[in-house]
Design a protein around this ligand. Structure first.
Ligand code: CTP
Ligand code: CA
Length: 225
């Protein structure tokens, strides 16, 4: 496939992509969040549209413009993202979890703004686990042969941690990004390796997030049922 020659290898397919980062509210004005910009998920959505797919983009707190031709479902929290992804995945050929889902949320939501009290130390914030959407989608495939892709950001032992995570999640492909200062978060470019449950390993050279997105679809397309 040469540049500027789009293939329609995803024509007739429905793909679901999650993007952005969830925000877990503490009170009406505060949340626990992360630095995900949503750029990689949006690039996946744009490239999938270009390759002919029907695209549902489940977007958490991203300020990016809606990709033309995609159905965009906006969510805030991990629990909302789980609902939206599971609903869209019911008839999906592939699900790609590019979102940064908060692992924990505050155990309590304060209906009113939390206030300082004179001379008193703040209360500790208790956290509870959020559902693992990728693991759940992988374990309960909504249709046979549905292809499930995860993303992982690792700072150390990138390949070993990636392999272990792929096995733990039960997905078909795991895109492992090496992160550190100035790498990945908010940047235009990405460097990654895509691990397959079949043992495959595809190195993705440093380049735009659009290129990584196309490589993901190159790996998904032949795995589609
Ligand atoms: N993910 C998810 N639901 C969660 C947490 C993560 O679906 N509650 C998905 C992410 O969208 C991503 C993949 O799982 O595709 C890996 O996320 P990551 O944070 O790297 O994995 P964790 O299992 O949360 O491991 P860690 O303790 O390293 O954060
Ligand atoms: Ca995590």
């Amino acid at each position: 496939r040469g540049a500027g020659q789009p293939t329609a290898d995803l024509a007739g397919r429905h793909v679901v992509i999650s993007a952005g980062g969830t925000r877990e509210p503490l009170d009406p004005v505060r949340f626990l969040g992360n630095r995900s910009s949503g750029k990689q998920g949006y690039a996946l959505a744009r490239t999938a549209v270009a390759r002919g797919a029907r695209v549902t983009l489940v977007a958490a707190n991203s300020e990016l413009p809606d990709p033309a031709g995609a159905d965009v479902v906006r969510v805030g929290t991990a629990v909302q993202m789980r609902e939206a992804v599971l609903a869209a995945a019911a008839d999906a050929d592939a699900v790609v979890m590019a979102a940064a889902v908060a692992d924990f949320r505050p155990a309590q939501y304060a209906e009113g703004k939390i206030k300082k009290r004179d001379g008193r130390e703040p209360e500790p914030v208790a956290l509870v686990r959020n559902p693992d959407i990728l693991a759940e989608i992988s374990a309960d495939r909504a249709r046979p042969g549905q292809v499930v892709v995860g993303f992982a950001a690792e700072t150390d032992e990138v390949l070993a941690n990636g392999r272990a995570k792929l096995a733990r999640k039960g997905c078909d492909l795991l895109v492992v990004n090496e992160v550190g200062e100035r790498k990945t978060f908010g940047s235009e470019e990405n460097e990654a390796v895509v691990l397959g449950a079949d043992g495959s390993e595809t190195a993705v050279p440093h380049g735009p997030k659009e290129s990584l997105a196309d490589i993901v679809w190159d790996l998904v397309a032949p795995r589609l049922f």
